[in-house]
Design a protein around this ligand. Sequence first.
Ligand code: SF4
Length: 238
Amino acid sequence: MKSNLKLTLLDKKLVKCRACPRLVNWREEVAVTKRKAYQDEKYWGKPVPGFGSNYPRLLIVGLAPGAHGANRTGRIFTGDSSGDWLYRALYNAKLARLPTSTKVDDGQKLSDTRITCAVHCAPPENKPTREELANCSNWLDLELRASFPSVRAYLVLGGIAWKATANSLRAIGEELPRKRPNFGHGAKFEFQGSDGNIRLVIGSYHPSQQNTFTGKLTRSQLDSVVRKAGRFAHAKPL
Ligand code: SF4
């Protein structure tokens, strides 16, 4: 399997970031106070790096770690309901070894797929400020640049990540179509990358409890969009 040293180094640097005082305080406070159900666990309490292949064809961009999910386990989308939905859909699309992701040593492995997020520290009420998004966009730019050679499809979860991904692609010098659809479930566009390869950007409602409990996002809707992104990402040899 090919590897990408730039992404590995990026992850190592990221976990030391303290650029957002409010988020540093929050991630560390939550790691000490903990949720009752996890009192015996040691929380991660640091920026959560991307997870999966470091030579990915499919890059999934979410919003931010959950306070008692990824901020606890140290793996993105792991240990909460959003992750249960996402990894199940990846498993159904044959992009994940296991249907669940519960902790860093559970044996989960993604196939040609990496998951990251627009903001790498858990924000209070899952709401990063504009300034925090801008701070963390530096990391997203670096990650998109480092993964660009192998990525053929971007699956973007939610409207904030949709905007952040487009901004970062432009920041690394990619030209996106002027007329792009607004964010929505299944919204998509293609662009020709600076290396000549066609890439897909496709949106999905975020599998947050707010969307899954209310029925705004169903399992079949999520399965469908993950499959589309996976098929596109694997359509041509690298
Ligand atoms: S949110 Fe991003 S920029 Fe802010 S402290 Fe965390 S890793 Fe650093």
